[in-house]
Design a protein around this ligand. Structure first.
Ligand SMILES: [Zn+2]
Length: 266
């Protein structure tokens, strides 16, 4: 099989294990089927902006050319820092976008992605957001009417929980420990400022996620396509947005959005 296309975030479906595909290139590729095969990924030295398609020397904000990075609603500050969202005040780069992305129900959650972290996502992104982060388990802690409120809750909980994922820990084997997650949810309740208590989520349902993995790598090295133009070997695992090869090399696909690559397998 030879596939060519510009990388985009892998599409993930919550099966056991998660099914991954790349569906914007020559043809849709079901990546789970490539596990255990020799897979070579080569960078073709071209990046196309994932919004306007123009060639760009450097990728900004995971796949944008500089003008799009400055103008697109997808790269506004509140994407990474929801507490900065001003859509509820009628301010945004694009209010139509804000009405469908910021002024809708959001979920504040705790996820085990190699450590317990707090995060925020649109309700429509559950559980995809958790899969993208490589979480093995997640639980909702609050349900809010907009992005700003969810972001404010996250900020209030930052002294108690990390909001970062450590990718090395994320790529290690972890069991699913539902009890720990629920203990942390109780802790979140204890630290939740009173003004946010009405948004607390009583549903303690734990979403468990397992990944297509032949075995977990002993050590991992993250590869940047700007420096390493080809990776090859047996494909060992897909976790979060990472492809992991048998020698421990791993590639964050989302980070390389827009990069034109050729994948040869079999
Ligand atoms: Zn562009």
């Amino acid at each position: 099989m030879i596939w060519e296309g510009n990388l985009l975030k892998m599409r993930a479906t919550h099966n056991r294990p998660v099914s991954y595909s790349l569906d914007n290139g020559s043809f849709p590729v079901l990546l789970n089927q490539l596990l255990g095969s020799e897979v070579k990924l080569e960078y073709m030295n071209r990046i196309n902006c994932i919004r306007c398609g123009k060639t760009t020397r450097t990728s900004f904000g995971q796949g944008y050319c500089y003008p799009c990075f400055l103008a697109a609603p997808e790269t506004e500050d509140c994407v990474l820092r929801p507490e900065l969202c001003r859509a509820h005040l009628g301010e945004s780069r694009d209010m139509d976008y804000a009405r469908s992305h910021c002024l809708i129900e959001h979920c504040v959650y705790l996820a085990d992605s190699g450590g317990i972290k707090v995060g925020v996502t649109r309700h429509t992104q559950v559980p995809v957001r958790w899969i993208d982060q490589g979480a093995t388990a997640a639980v909702r802690i609050a349900r809010t009417p907009d992005r700003y409120t969810a972001g404010s809750i996250e900020v209030a909980l930052k002294p108690v929980f990390s909001d970062k994922t450590n990718w090395r820990n994320m790529l290690r084997f972890r069991g699913i420990n539902s009890a720990t997650l629920l203990e942390n949810k109780e802790k979140a309740w204890r630290y939740l400022p009173e003004e946010f208590q009405p948004f607390y989520e009583n549903d303690d349902d734990i979403c468990e996620i397992d990944y297509p993995v032949i075995r977990y790598p002993e050590s991992v090295t993250s590869v940047s396509l700007d420096k390493t133009h080809a990776i090859s070997g047996m494909l060992l695992a897909i976790i979060g947005q990472y492809l992991v090869w048998a020698d421990g090399k791993c590639l964050n696909i989302r980070k390389h959005s827009g990069y034109l690559v050729r994948i040869t397998a079999g």
